[in-house]
Design a protein around this ligand. Structure first.
Ligand SMILES: Cc1cc2nc3c(=O)[nH]c(=O)nc-3n(C[C@H](O)[C@H](O)[C@H](O)COP(=O)(O)OP(=O)(O)OC[C@H]3O[C@@H](n4cnc5c(N)ncnc54)[C@H](O)[C@@H]3O)c2cc1C
Length: 480
């Protein structure tokens, strides 16, 4: 069986690792990974960059091996963990490029293990532009940009998420940074005295501000966005295991009621908090206040609550990634729409910022170097710079850095021709809410492009789980 894996980022690493550790008996196949980037296995987030660009979560949820929470921590080892210890979080937080080395080591070890069992493995440094049926539908073929055709029996798309949108039509304007990564390159073009407007207030915007400061930026920085809402701040992990908000409980509710509603999920969270002796109404009010509370005040309060022993926010944060993707597919559309209406809040809760970055932001706010501008309506290039027009007045900037997050299920630009070919050939269809759904059992989609997925961008645990599921399916086909 010839498996073509298109894209060589974290999802592909999870997939080859799961193939290598999975049960295939003596059966052997062939794996070809197609990846045009020079930074194989690292994908968009984990390539070489500034040391100030950190992973956003503690090691226990950065394992690329599904159901082996200690896999990444043991790769990291005690020495590196100590070097990168975040004192506030009590956990190591490494530069994202170092995490990329973990992904690369894991993938190379997996390919070596497969070869040791008689598999053939190959990496093709090329972008895939088409995949279609061949031989009257008996097989599949993958075409790369250089015009080569590669026969395949199974095709797995691991092409990642979308690229940031240019909401204000600033593309091509001098001083506009359309895509901030790698920051080592883009921020190198920003003069130290420049007044910088960063579009967005999510994790990428936080990366930009922290890295500007780490490079000694002296000019003013403004975070400009519509919501003006910063992500929440991580709390120290307590090792609490949810007993109510679990996939098993959601499954049971689904069996009993023939479906699951948002009220059912709220009921599970209420029970979880009740078991821990915490007041649900108080918790819910605190979470919803994020929309109206002054952002710097909230940042200060959250930073002071890093060690708060209450489990509420931790449970919501963790289960948004573990239970959320499963529950999402069971919810009625009106409930999904209600959740989409809270996109910014939900994203900020599910993917908080690390305390070391929160502390850096707070220092900058308090020193007056950083400001937050909400209610932005328009940004235009003007007089060798930019004018930001918002509900609270106008602001001038020399440089604008686009740090908005692409919506989940967006098609990455590099995969647009490929997706068009799959649709044309009938191998896949578009999901009504975005993303791609295979229409042929030989096609698989792992990662944010998978149609019908949650409205929250997946992190490593979600990608690892989906990769392991696909690997199980592939191995069953190989051995069956
Ligand atoms: C800036 C950033 C920081 C993040 N930080 C974290 C974090 O700290 N913790 C966390 O859990 N999650 C984080 N995430 C979430 C992230 O989505 C996942 O961690 C993970 O990188 C997703 O892996 P992927 O393989 O699906 O996509 P990617 O890592 O983006 O990899 C996709 C790969 O596919 C290749 N590709 C695309 N089109 C084609 C084509 N046509 N042919 C061949 N190859 C193609 C691309 O070159 C790329 O290498 C972050 C995301 C971003 C964008």
């Amino acid at each position: 069986m010839r498996i073509a894996i298109i894209g060589g980022g974290a999802a592909a690493v999870g997939l080859v690792d799961a193939l290598a550790v999975g049960e295939a008996g003596s059966a052997a196949g062939e794996v070809t990974v197609f990846e045009p980037s020079p930074h194989l296995w690292r994908g968009r987030p984990y390539g070489p960059d500034l040391d100030s660009v950190l992973v956003n979560v503690p090691p226990v949820i950065m394992s690329i091996r599904y159901l082996d929470a200690g896999h990444y921590a043991s790769w990291l080892g005690p020495e590196r963990a100590a070097t990168h210890l975040d004192e506030l979080l009590g956990q190591p937080l490494v530069p994202r490029a170092l995490y990329g080395s973990y992904l690369a080591d894991t993938a190379e070890a997996a390919l070596a293990a497969l070869r040791g069992r008689g598999w053939r493995t190959r990496v093709a440094a090329a972008r895939v532009v088409a995949a279609a049926r061949s031989g009257g539908g008996a097989g599949l073929r993958v075409r790369t940009e250089d015009g080569h055709e590669h026969p395949a029996d199974q095709v797995v798309l691991c092409v990642g998420g979308g690229t940031p949108q240019d909401h204000y039509g600033l593309g091509g304007a001098a001083g506009f940074v359309a895509d901030p990564y790698p920051l080592a390159y883009t921020l190198g073009q920003v003069p130290a005295e420049a007044d910088v407007a960063v579009i967005g207030s999510g994790l990428s915007a936080v990366d930009v501000v922290v890295s500007l400061t780490a490079r000694g930026h002296a000019g003013r920085i403004a975070l400009v966005s519509r919501s003006g809402m910063l992500p929440h701040v991580w709390q120290r992990p307590l090792g609490h295991r949810p007993v109510h908000v679990t996939v098993e409980r959601v499954e049971a509710l689904c069996r009993e009621h023939g479906g699951v509603t948002l009220d059912d999920l709220t009921g599970l969270l209420r029970a979880e908090l009740g078991t821990a002796g915490e007041d649900f109404a108080h918790f819910a009010a605190e979470v919803l206040a994020a929309g109206s509370e002054e952002p710097v005040r909230r940042l200060r309060r959250q930073l002071a609550a890093v060690a708060d022993p209450r489990i509420g926010r931790r449970v919501l944060q963790e289960t948004a990634h573990t239970v959320g993707p499963y529950a999402w597919r069971l919810l009625p559309e009106p409930d999904r729409e209600r959740l989409r209406g809270h996109y910014r809040l939900a994203t900020g809760l599910a993917s908080p910022m690390v305390p070391v970055n929160a502390a850096a932001l707070l220092r900058l706010f308090e020193a007056g170097q950083l400001t937050m501008v909400a209610g932005v309506r328009k940004i235009e290039a003007a007089e060798g710079g930019f004018r930001v027009r918002g509900d609270g007045g106008d602001l001038n900037a020399d440089v604008v850095v686009n740090a908005v997050n692409p919506p989940p299920q967006a098609v990455p630009r590099a995969a647009e021709p490929l997706v068009t070919s799959l649709l044309t050939d009938g191998l896949a269809v578009l999901h009504p809410s975005g993303g791609l759904v295979p229409a042929d059992p030989r096609l698989h989609v792992v990662g944010d492009l998978a149609g019908g997925g949650s409205f929250i961008t997946s992190g490593i645990p979600g990608v690892a789980a989906a990769a392991a599921r696909s690997a199980r399916g592939l191995l069953a086909t190989l051995t069956g």
